[in-house]
Design a protein around this ligand. Structure first.
Ligand SMILES: [Zn+2]
Length: 478
């Protein structure tokens, strides 16, 4: 390993003066072949660009054709294409998540409509495309930029009444789902006026009259688990609004306001137009630190393993071929790993101990959830060894925030209440985890709660939702 790195260092062009730590990491290159002396490197992808991190910004011009080849005399040899891991910290409100990601020229092969940047990162500055939102509504709301709101399919459809879920998935009507901050069985039970408040708010901000607005509370397929507070389903369904208002709600995503002295926040998504989330899985355990060197090593190990794994190659080849993207198995596995990233997420366990995770994300190769799950299974079920002796431990429990429902931070770090001029509710005190998925019997329910047996062994949530937390869809906001 060490000698390989040395070789990598040596084979680099002499452009390394005054490098920052980030550059050092970014230049960590893999699979650099021994190029025989006097050999000609034929590369349609301009290898000098790959060596220079700055040059990757002009990636648009790169026309991916085939992996670079070496010609030595009569012999032509294909070089495995170079990829590297670069530092990629992300910011969610006031919370910084240290991170690393793969940078690969193969990312450029995705057609333009699939070349979205990671939807889980960054901010959303509300704009009103239809001009329907009043400038000074009677109920003022927070207008500052907020973290993007990207939900999973399971979050929207989890434990939703099967018939309703079917209707919602298939309807072309103007239907919008609204998830209140801190949604769950308790919130809806404790605030019977919630629906009316939402209606009043929507009417107050719209220039249109919104006469035919109807709002349905969430209807559960199974009862919430014993003592649940944040049990699914979360979303109320709003129908009959003007197209302008629907567009504006989906564009703004988050509204925080006060009504009758009570703070509210609502997140709006289009349940019929969810795209597949980039979250793949989480890792926990002793290896998980916010040290970017360590994260780089882990991500390199993951990528290398997937590149070598026949199952991964086969699945990537199959999925991308069905999408008509890429030309051969080699190209497609490189595309599959080209957008992988690892993000450090701070978290505590029930005892208040530090229990952070690394979250692996990557661009979905298909928007078909069933097919996408094939890839998720391959990545999740694979064992990753770092440096020969350390094994990455998969975290089965999902990371999710009980307040906003995003899966990119723990409840205690929900970034929304830190938004400038936040008019919505604060984060609740204490330790909170998402309730067991859907209404299935959870290990907790088995363990110990005397009293009620869990009658809710999910028969019904089949067909309504992705069951596995991470197997997610998200709102595509591009
Ligand atoms: Zn949150």
């Amino acid at each position: 390993m060490a000698s390989k790195k040395m070789r990598d260092e040596d084979s680099r062009p002499n452009t390394t003066k005054g490098r920052s730590e980030e550059d050092m990491l970014s230049e960590r290159r893999r699979k650099v072949p021994d190029i025989p002396k006097g050999a000609t490197v034929i590369s349609p992808s301009k290898t000098d660009k790959k060596d220079n991190p700055q040059a990757t910004h002009s990636r648009g011009k790169y026309v991916p054709c085939q992996p670079p080849t070496i010609r030595e005399g009569e012999k032509v040899e294909t070089i495995p294409v170079v990829w590297k891991v670069v530092v990629n910290d992300t910011q969610e409100g006031g919370v910084a998540h240290p991170g690393v990601r793969v940078e690969s020229t193969y990312d450029a092969i995705y057609p333009p409509e699939r070349k979205l940047s990671n939807p889980h990162w960054g901010y959303r500055t509300p704009i009103d495309p239809s001009g329907i939102i009043k400038n000074n509504p009677t109920i003022p709301f927070t207008k500052a930029p907020m973290p993007r709101y990207v939900l999973s399919d399971a979050t929207i459809y989890g434990n939703m009444d099967g018939n309703i879920a079917k209707y919602v998935r298939n309807t072309n009507e103007s239907l919008v789902a609204a998830i209140p901050f801190g949604a769950g069985n308790e919130l809806y039970e404790n605030d019977p006026r919630l629906l009316r408040t939402v209606e009043t708010f929507l009417k107050s901000i719209s220039r249109n009259e919104e006469r035919s607005l109807t709002i349905s509370p969430p209807a559960a397929e199974g009862k919430p688990p014993y003592r649940a507070r944040f049990a699914k389903p979360f979303a109320m369904m709003i129908q009959g609004m003007s197209t302008g208002l629907k567009t504006a709600l989906l564009e703004f995503q988050t509204f925080a306001f006060r009504y009758n002295e009570t703070p509210y926040a609502l997140f709006f998504v289009d349940p019929a137009a969810l795209t597949v989330s980039w979250i793949i899985c989480n890792f926990r355990g002793g290896l998980v630190t916010d040290d970017r060197e360590g994260m780089s090593r882990a991500l390199e190990a993951i990528v290398q393993r997937l590149l070598d794994l026949p199952m991964a190659r086969g699945t990537a080849n199959e999925l991308l071929r069905e999408e008509g993207i890429g030309r051969d198995a080699e190209e497609r596995i490189h595309m599959a790993i080209s957008s992988l990233s690892l993000t450090f997420i701070n978290r505590r366990d029930t005892h208040g101990n530090h229990d952070p995770v690394w979250q692996l994300q990557g661009r979905p190769m298909t928007y078909d959830l069933t097919r996408h799950r094939k890839w998720l299974r391959v990545v999740r079920q694979t064992t990753y060894i770092i440096g020969g002796t350390a094994r990455l431990e998969t975290e089965k429990k999902m990371v999710a925030c009980v307040w906003c429902k995003l899966e990119t931070h723990a409840s205690e770090n929900c970034p929304f209440p830190d938004t400038r001029d936040w008019k919505g509710p604060p984060r609740g005190e204490g330790f909170h985890e998402p309730e067991p998925r859907d209404a299935r019997q959870s290990p907790k329910a088995k363990e110990g709660k005397r009293g009620k047996k869990d009658k809710t062994k999910s028969k019904g949530s089949k067909g309504t939702a992705g069951d596995e937390g991470h197997e997610t869809k998200s709102v595509d906001d591009h």
